[in-house]
Each structure stands twice: as C-alpha cells, then as structure tokens.
Design a protein around this ligand. Structure first.
Ligand code: ADP
Ligand code: MG
Length: 483
C-alpha cells in the first residue's frame, strides 16, 4: 500500500513540475520577445532624433551601448533593399545585405519571432522605419519606408532561468515527496497497521482456542467497526461454545441418570409386578362378594393404572431392539387414529389427516413406531380438554419422511420445553411422565428424529422424521435417472 501511495504522490509531483516548467518557459520566451520589441521601438525613436540633427554615427554607438549592457545580442539598421547601414558587427556594415521577410515592408508593422543559431535560441524583432516629412531633407520623400531596425536578443538567459527554476521545482518536489511520505507512513502505522496488528494477535489467540480474547475499542472508523464485529463474533462464539458444553454436560448427566433410573425402575417394577398381580386376583375374588362395588371398581382402576405405569417403566428401562422392516406410515397411523377417536370425540376434538397415499415406505419397527405415535396422539388430545383440531400430516423432505402431529391445545411453556422428554416429567394429575421419554428413545432407535414447536395458548406441533427405506430411495433415484 505504501508503495502505491508513494508512486501516486511521485506522479502527481512530476506532472505538476512538468506543467509549471512549461508555463514558465512560455512566459520567459514571451517576455524576452516583448522586451526586444520595446527596445526596437526605443531605437526607432532615438534614430529619428539623431537623424534630424545629422549625428548618424550615434546610432551605432547607441546600439553598441545596448549590446554592452546585454540588452541586445546584435543590432542592425538596414535599408529597404536589405543593405546593412549600421551593425554592432561592424565588419558587415555597408558590405552585407540581410534577407528580410517580404511582409515586413508590405504590411509595415513590427515582425518578431525566434530563430536558432548554433544551437542558441535568438529572439528577433524587425521594426520598419516610416518616412516622415522631417526626413525629406536627406531622403527621397516619395518612398514610404526608409528601412528597418533589426534587433536580436538571446533567449539563453531566459532558458537558464527556466532551467534553474525547474531544478528548484524538482528539489521542492522531492522535499514534498519525503514529507508526504513520512506523514502518510506515520498515519498508516498509527491508524491501520497497529490496530490490524492487534486484531491479528487476538485472532491468533482465538484460533488457539482462547475465546476470552477481545480487541480494545479504539476508533469509530472502518477499523473500529471491524474490531467491534470481531469482538461480537468472538462473544457469540464463546456463548455458543459455553451453551454447547453445558448442554453436552447435561446430556451426559441425563444419560447417566437414565441408566441408573432404568436399572432402579426395572428392579422395582419386577418387585411390584407379582404382588400387584396377586392383589389384582384377590380383588377379583373380592369383587364377586363385595357389597360396595364402586369401591372395588376404583381399586381395579388404580391397579390397572399401576400396571400400565409398570409396563411403561419396563418398556423404558429395557426397550427391546427394533425389528426394522419397510413400513407404510399411513397404514400404521390408521389403527392408532381409530384407537384415539373415542377420546377425541369425548373432548370434542376434530381430527384432520393430510396423508398422501403415494409416499414411500420407511425403515422402522412398525410396532414400536405405533407406540410412539399413540403417545403423541394421546398427549395432543389431552392438551385440548375443551375441544380443538388435531392435524396429522405426512410429507416427503429430501429422502426423509416427515410426520407432523399438530394440536390447538394449551401449548408448552418455554421453561418446560427442555424437560418434556425427561422421564417422570409430567404436568398431568394422572400422568406418568414416561410417554415422551419412551417415544424419543424409540424414534432415535429407529433412526429418526423428533422435535417440538409450541406456543402457549395456541398449540403444539410434534415433528418426526425418518429416513425413507433404502431400497425405495435407490428405486426412486434410478427412476429419475431413467427419465
Ligand atoms: P404424560 O403425558 O404422562 O404427562 P409425557 O411424557 O407424554 O407424559 O408428556 C410430558 C409432559 O409434556 C406432559 O405432562 C405435558 O405437560 C407436556 N406435553 C406433552 N405433549 C403435549 C402437548 N401436545 N401439548 C401440551 N403439552 C404437552
Ligand atoms: Mg403422555
């Protein structure tokens, strides 16, 4: 970047120097020519004076004085035919003629220009001498012009001045270049290089795994925004990592808890199952002779509930390995919906199914899957004690079949959403809290996933996704390739 700035500044300074130099050369050249013309006018006036008083030779003297003062390089007075009458180069007087441009005597005004002699630039001015009445005593009064004054002036002093100025300009340019360079360098180091260096150092820390790295806020410019962006990025990274670690820890704890609960639960369930069966049998006997049938009925109901919980516990703690086979989710759903319909009708719940027939089968254990679906259907109906709508939908999602069960029930408060899959978590009076724990374990064993979306007061949707049966998936692929 420094090099680019340096080159740009150098080019700007060089261009500036070049233009100033050109303007100066032009100015000096014009100035020299103008001076030459002024001198010629002066000589013309002087000439008229000395001619009238017959002091012709003073003209040459005057020209020589001008020459010695460096006002002119050479001065001549010529006749109309070009014969040199006076010249500061005395040898050529009366002997030589000077070729003049024809327009000098035709147009009768001053001509001036620049010519080059031996590599030197010389400004030349030619001033035609008018014949006046006062000249008549010496000159023929019929002639309109008597001759011309020709002055030459060297441009060398001007060229030397311009060259000196150019050198000065170059020197100043170099000086400005150095000053600008130093200032830009300091600015870059202060405003860019240092902050970027800080940022890189902190990035390196983050890369090495230290998520507490932060860059101190320095400015409000782009670098400042970059710094802020980096800080907030690392901050959210740190937060996410922390959350991930916590959730991982919780999962591990949960798994440990589940395992021990499982063992404990299955032990207790076994212990209780037999006495409970005994109590059940005894109650049956009692029921035949009992007077208060209502009480016996209640005892029976509670025994049934207990054995359902025991069954759930045993299922949960010792879930059998799934027997995977291709199964049609639509077909699996039908008997489960039929089972729940009476409960739904009682609670005034309308059931809507949106299950297309042409969906591919999935690979799963059909019985386990039905148990999971039934748990979720029951939860949904139980969440709508005052009626509502239960929507069951299946659709295909890139080689995965999605089953969603939606209710318009009470919803799940945010603080409970994490816990509903934990065993024994229930908000119901007679709930076991095992339904969703068993359901999740089944779904995961069958290669699927389960997720819940819920809004308090509006309802809950449970999504389950299963991979489409491999055979079916490859068939579908072949088919689409064949088309
Ligand atoms: P249980 O049904 O025996 O309470 P579950 O494991 O099936 O146990 O459910 C745990 C808890 O999750 C329920 O008590 C209830 O609070 C909540 N829950 C589950 N499904 C729903 C639903 N569809 N709508 C509202 N809450 C639900
Ligand atoms: Mg339940």
């Amino acid at each position: 970047m420094l090099a680019a700035i340096g080159v740009t500044v150098a080019i700007v300074i060089a261009l500036y120097t070049f233009f100033v130099h050109r303007v100066q050369s032009e100015w000096w050249r014009e100035r020299t020519q103008a001076q030459n013309v002024i001198t010629a006018t002066m000589v013309h006036e002087y000439l008229a004076g000395v001619m009238l008083s017959d002091r012709h030779q003073e003209v040459l003297h005057f020209l020589q004085q001008l020459q010695s003062k460096n006002e002119i390089w050479r001065g001549r007075v010529i006749k109309v035919d070009g014969t040199i009458v006076f010249s500061t180069t005395t040898q050529e007087m009366k002997h030589a003629t000077l070729a003049t441009p024809p327009e000098l005597f035709r147009e009768k005004h001053i001509l001036h220009g620049v010519r080059v002699e031996d590599g030197h630039q010389i400004a030349i001015a030619m001033y035609p001498i008018q014949n006046r009445a006062s000249c008549a005593h010496c000159h023929d009064d019929k002639k309109e012009l008597l001759g011309a004054i020709v002055l030459e002036r060297s441009l060398e002093p001007a060229v030397a001045t311009v060259a000196r100025n150019r050198n000065l300009l170059l020197l100043y340019g170099a000086l400005i270049f150095v000053i600008v360079g130093v200032v830009v360098w300091l600015l870059i180091v202060r405003l860019v290089a240092q902050p970027v260096h800080n940022l890189l150092a902190q990035m390196e820390r983050v890369r090495a795994g230290d998520l507490t790295a932060r860059v101190p806020a320095q400015s409000h410019d782009e670098i400042g925004r970059l710094t802020d962006g980096f800080n907030s990025m690392v901050e959210s990274l740190q937060k996410t990592t922390e959350e991930l670690r916590e959730s991982h820890e919780r999962q591990i704890q949960q798994a440990g808890k589940l395992a021990s609960i499982g063992e404990l639960a299955s032990g207790i369930a076994h212990e209780i199952r037999n006495p409970l069966a005994g109590i059940g049998a005894a109650v049956e006997v009692l029921a035949e002779s009992a007077k208060d049938r209502e009480i016996v009925g209640e005892i029976r109901k509670q025994i049934n509930r207990l054995s359902a919980t025991l069954r759930g516990l045993l299922d949960f703690s010792r879930p059998s390995e799934p027997e995977i086979m291709p199964c049609d989710v639509g077909e699996l759903l039908k008997p489960m919906l039929a089972l729940t319909r009476p409960d739904a009708q009682k609670a005034n719940v309308q059931i809507i199914t949106e299950c297309p027939d042409n969906l591919p089968p999935i690979s799963a254990d059909p019985q386990q899957l039905q148990q999971a679906i039934l748990n979720i259907l029951l939860n949904a109906i139980q969440a709508m004690p005052h009626g509502g709508t239960l929507t069951v939908r299946t659709d295909l999602h890139v080689n995965r079949l999605r089953l969603s069960i939606r209710d318009t029930g009470v919803g799940i408060p945010r603080e409970n959403r994490e816990r509903i899959f934990s065993p024994f978590f229930t908000t119901k009076h007679h709930g076991t809290g095992l339904g969703l724990a068993i359901t999740r374990s089944i779904i995961e064993k069958n290669g699927g996933t389960i997720a819940v979306e819920s809004e308090v007061g509006r309802g809950t949707t449970v999504f389950m996704e299963f991979p489409v049966s491999k055979q079916e998936a490859s068939d579908a692929k072949n088919q689409s390739a064949g088309h």
